[in-house]
Design a protein around this ligand. Structure first.
Ligand SMILES: C[S@@+](CC[C@H](N)C(=O)[O-])C[C@H]1O[C@@H](n2cnc3c(N)ncnc32)[C@H](O)[C@@H]1O
Length: 290
């Protein structure tokens, strides 16, 4: 709930502290007098005067993501991300009693953040997504998640030096802002798809491949703000997917926007009834560069 993380949140306009309004969490108010409404579903939109430039995943993509992830097909990814967040907190000597603060950027349905919060005692999380469809899910994904609609490419509505760990799973990375909101020993755990991810589906469905060198580019873009900690870990496994799961996997990805739904369904119907499909991604940890 927002009450678990209010001390981490900041006014998107000027970075000042936010506290609950006098109306029992129907609004939050900044020290400088800006008021932000808390939606009926429990999330708050924290964006500056210019508003949001992106809409993020729509409701049908979020539904498809929920369907696919609830099948457990990405379990090794969620286990790996949580494991790296635990290691990051251990390395920073964050005590459970300190209520570790974890932020997920582009948190979607909250699948990854909820798993981390379930595993790490006393932790609390801020789930940030630019999509209101995602925020509605996030607000109910876990009792210790505070759900916030915000744009990862703008100033993040989080207090400077307040966060123990940031998770980014197949979502946008803003290294300068991550460095600003992280504590000095805080770390970012990033899961990035690698060449070979879903390779068996690419040709039959006509979907784009992952670009070569994605992880190296991400590390290069972060330099000056964040630097790699330890060795990146490749996580690769096989999934047995039926046509409904394949349809959900494609429906939750940007491919869904590039191919007409009818054409996509016709291509999926041509596939065997179940297929072995490779999942492949890299976990990278980044800490403060300075
Ligand atoms: C590929 S999905 C990953 C979702 C989640 N991390 C997962 O793996 O289940 C990318 C997510 O990032 C969100 N997103 C895209 N652009 C964003 C932005 N500029 N700021 C915040 N979130 C954004 C989308 O709405 C979507 O929920």
């Amino acid at each position: 709930m927002l009450s678990d993380v209010i001390d981490l949140l900041a006014d998107p306009v000027d970075g000042s502290r936010l506290t609950p309004g006098e109306d029992r969490w129907q609004t939050v108010v900044s020290d400088t007098g800006h008021t932000y409404e808390v939606a009926r579903q429990g999330y708050v939109t924290l964006c500056g005067g210019a508003g949001l430039r992106y809409s993020g995943d729509d409701a049908s993509m979020i539904d498809a993501r929920e369907t696919f992830l609830s099948g457990g097909h990405f379990a090794p990814f969620v286990e790996a991300v949580t494991h790296h967040v635990e290691e990051a907190l251990d390395e920073a000597h964050v005590a459970e009693e300190a209520h570790p603060a974890i932020v997920e950027i582009g948190a979607g349905t909250g699948y990854y953040l909820s798993h981390a919060l379930d595993t790490i005692q006393n932790s609390r999380g801020v789930g940030i997504d630019v999509s209101t469809a995602a925020a509605k899910r996030l607000a109910n994904a876990h009792p210790r998640i505070g759900a916030v609609v915000a744009d990862a490419w703008s100033t993040l509505p989080l207090r400077e030096g307040s966060v123990d760990a940031i998770m980014v799973v197949f979502a946008p990375r803003n290294a300068a802002e991550f460095a600003r909101i992280l504590k000095p020993a805080g770390q970012v755990v990033v899961l990035t798809p690698e060449v070979g991810h879903l390779v068996e589906l690419r040709e039959p469905l006509g979907i784009l491949d992952v670009e070569e060198g994605k992880v190296d580019r991400m590390i290069k873009q972060a330099s000056g703000h964040l630097k790699v900690v330890g060795e990146p870990e490749t996580v690769e496994f096989e999934m047995n997917l039926d046509q409904a799961s394949i349809s959900a996997q494609i429906g939750m990805s940007p491919s869904a926007r590039h191919i007409h739904p009818q054409v996509l369904q016709e291509r999926i119907a041509q596939l065997p009834s179940t297929m072995t499909v490779t999942a492949r991604a890299v976990v990278t940890r980044l800490g403060q560069a300075h």
